[in-house]
Ligand binder design. Structure first.
Ligand code: FPP
Length: 279
């Protein structure tokens, strides 16, 4: 029996996923700036928190779909350093929502073989959120499927500042000398150490900004801006983003002919990215 899945039936959904997988170029790492929850709520005359709640439904669908199509890393910008400046009421409701989502979803994430990670200044989060987060990280640490990175109290400048401090301390203690600093050393000191840079950055709700997200890591990412507000961004919108990504030519600073000399095969772009990022 066909069950509805968004606006598609489950069969259609499987067909779409298979089509995307057959092209062989599913982004290894997708990073998402989830924007538009407030506008979604406003359009409906609802409080902003209603938009964030519906946003959690999108998180659930996108996480599940990424796992199904074979995305290996998904990084979600769930709460930025700048978000602390929002009205106190909204911040505390967002924290409660986050805590509840972690508590309610960890079992399901575990069943789906998702491994949870967090990046950001986690110590700034309320203790109860930290506890739920650490519990989710601990309980899913043996999972081998999708690696879900939650960026919480995160900003790219925070990440880079920390990395610079760590490198400075290592110079101070004689562990490295300044001449050794290169792309690789910097990447290894960021909170995303060991994670390949995002292939695809998605931002919802039409804004054209990076908003202090993964500033270093997004150097060669393809950017996809969707006009859809985050609470409405579900698997079909993700398929459109992946479709669009698959039509792009990623040159990594080279010329087109250098890429077409060798017939691109499945995994070619991945190997190229690995080579370029030195990971
Ligand atoms: C941006 O919309 C959204 C956020 C600042 C929060 C996003 C958080 C969630 C969707 C919940 C995360 C939950 C988990 C489990 C990761 P906005 O409020 O800036 O919208 P606006 O620009 O329309 O006002």
């Amino acid at each position: 029996m066909n069950t509805r899945c968004g606006t598609h039936t489950r069969d259609e959904d499987t067909r779409t996923q298979n089509r995307l997988k057959e092209t062989g170029n599913i982004p290894v790492h997708i990073a998402i700036i989830m924007d538009g929850n407030g506008r979604w709520a406003k359009q409906r005359g609802l409080p902003r928190i209603a938009g964030h709640k519906e946003g959690v439904e999108s998180v659930r669908d996108i996480v599940e779909t990424c796992g199904q199509v074979g995305v290996q890393y998904l990084t979600l910008y769930a709460f930025s350093t700048e978000n602390w400046k929002r009205p106190k009421e909204e911040v505390s409701m967002l924290m409660r929502l986050l805590m509840r989502a972690l508590r309610d979803e960890t079992d399901k994430l575990h069943q789906k073989n998702v491994r949870v990670h967090a990046i950001g200044n986690i110590q700034e989060l309320p203790q109860k959120v930290q506890d739920e987060l650490l519990d989710a990280i601990e309980r899913t640490k043996e999972n081998t499927g999708l690696k879900l990175y939650l960026a919480l109290s995160y900003s790219g400048r925070w990440d880079l500042t920390n990395a610079i401090k760590k490198i400075a301390f290592e110079i101070d203690s004689g562990k490295i000398n300044p001449e050794q600093i290169n792309d690789q050393i910097i990447s290894q000191h960021l909170s995303t150490q060991g994670v390949p840079d995002p292939d695809l950055l998605i931002r919802t709700s039409g804004e054209l900004r990076i908003s202090n997200f993964l500033l270093w890591q997004l150097a060669y990412s393809e950017i996809y801006i969707s006009d859809v507000l985050w609470p409405n961004f579900r698997r079909n919108e993700l398929y459109e983003a992946i479709d669009d990504f698959q039509k792009r030519e990623r040159r990594f600073g080279m010329v087109s002919e250098q890429l077409t000399k060798k017939k691109p095969q499945a995994g070619y772009a991945k190997r190229l990215l690995k080579h370029v990022s030195g990971l």
